[in-house]
Design a protein around this ligand. Structure first.
Ligand SMILES: [Zn+2]
Ligand SMILES: [Zn+2]
Length: 425
């Protein structure tokens, strides 16, 4: 084999800077000097594996793409939201997260913030939310996971992969040596259905195939089994879920949980799953993790499994004023309205920073009065709703403003939603 010296890069991986000083090796007779970084398959590695250079490159890569996304939309015109989301997720987040499993879990908080800053810029382009919108609400409205969430998901996935390796594999040894015991065995999620489980095979054959699949799962013979089921009336209302927990010791527990008056069957299933996990986390229910390390949970909903598999970004909606009214834990849905202007209003109102409100404009100095050039005081007369003694914040507009045309517009909007979703009996 001939090695091309001009294509060879050298970097010394060492905590000691003097190890890396003036290192040169002869490659086919040509001296090759060690450099502080090397670029390998699109990832810039540095001597201490801090990835600072890599993050600086990411910023250079993301900026032009975010500018292109901005050119696809404005406050009152632009692509439909699902197209904007697709561009933000694929073209921008996809480019940022290239080979992320290699470097994102190792990133420091300040490096994660560098990525999040770019992702927030993309989220603002998708939603039309102003700069002052709280980050959690902004990211939820755009349906984009933060770098921190992705980092945790990738780390967990890596851990699950490492634990599935043969016992003597160095990566598995490393994972087992450094990870707290609760996560030691990792979590794997499967939507697999045996091919014999088709409806035409008949109930008996389907049951046998399902039982064979379950008994072949690793650790099945000494596992804690959880069977959960959630249901909602007509798929959308008065839901609830329950689960049966069968401990390897022979004891059984059942849990039940209401899922709210407006909910989907997927949500009901997830509520049942959470109730079961909370029950299992109780010290008097939880089986000894050293003797019985495996828990197998069987869900009755493929959509629920896929939601869990998609990671925390698809499941949790961080605190914000909007969530304090709606206890639902799922992310706000993409806005499907044809009008871009209306979609931007919806995002901004839900995120709590509405750029059309007098209160917002006054606060940023764009609505001065003779008495006050601009202030953040919600009690300032310049910040009020035209008819009420209260600032016209999103909370006021959606929940409290008694003006007849505001209430009538909300009612008309809700009625059109009802007529679209009601199926004739
Ligand atoms: Zn003021
Ligand atoms: Zn009002």
């Amino acid at each position: 084999m001939t090695i091309a010296s001009q294509k060879t890069q050298i970097m010394v991986l060492s905590q000691w800077s003097r190890d890396a000083k003036d290192t040169t090796i002869l490659m086919s007779g040509t001296p090759v000097r060690a450099t502080p970084t090397v670029k390998l398959l699109g990832v810039t590695l540095d001597r201490l594996l801090h990835f600072g250079d890599h993050f600086a490159n990411l910023k250079r890569k993301a900026r032009p793409r975010i500018n292109q996304l901005r050119k696809l939309t404005g406050h009152s015109w632009g692509l439909r939201e699902h197209h904007l989301r697709a561009v933000a997720n694929g073209y921008i987040r996809g480019a940022i997260e290239y080979a992320a499993a290699a470097w994102l879990p190792a990133a420091s908080r300040s490096h994660l913030e560098l990525v999040d800053r770019e992702l927030r810029a993309a989220a603002r382009a998708v939603t039309g939310c102003p700069l002052s919108t709280p980050a959690h609400a902004l990211m939820a409205e755009a349906g984009l996971p933060t770098a921190e969430m992705r980092s945790a998901t990738l780390a967990a996935r890596m851990l699950a992969r490492a634990s599935a390796l043969p016992a003597e594999d160095p990566l598995r040894e490393l994972a087992e040596a450094t990870v707290p015991c609760r996560l030691r065995n990792g979590i794997s999620i499967s939507c697999a259905v045996p091919p014999e489980c088709v409806r035409s095979a008949g109930e008996h054959a389907r049951r046998a195939a399902a039982e064979a699949l379950l008994s072949d799962l690793p650790g099945a013979e000494r596992a804690t089994w959880v069977w959960s089921d959630g249901s909602a009336n007509g798929g959308t209302a008065r839901g609830g879920g329950g689960a049966l927990i069968a401990l390897p010791t022979g004891t059984e527990h059942t849990v039940r949980a209401p899922a709210g008056s407006l909910c989907s069957s997927t949500r009901a299933e997830l509520v049942a799953l959470r109730a079961a996990l909370e029950e299992l986390a109780k010290p008097d229910t939880s089986p000894d993790p050293d003797r019985y390390p495996t828990t197998i949970i069987c869900l009755d909903s493929r959509a629920a499994l896929q939601t869990v598999d998609a990671g925390p970004a698809a499941q949790s909606w961080p605190d914000g004023w909007y969530r304090s009214i709606f206890t639902d834990q799922t992310l706000p849905a993409p806005v499907r309205l044809d009008s871009r202007e209306a979609a931007v209003d919806v995002h901004q109102l839900r995120a709590g920073h509405w750029s059309m409100s007098a209160q917002y404009l006054h606060r940023i100095g764009r609505r001065p009065t003779a008495a006050c050039p601009g202030c953040a005081d919600a009690g300032c007369p310049a910040a009020r709703c035209l008819v009420c003694e209260e600032a016209d914040t999103p909370q006021h507009v959606l929940l409290r403003c008694p003006r007849d045309d505001v209430v009538a517009a909300l009612a008309a909007g809700f009625r059109s939603f009802q007529s679209r979703t009601t199926t004739p009996r």
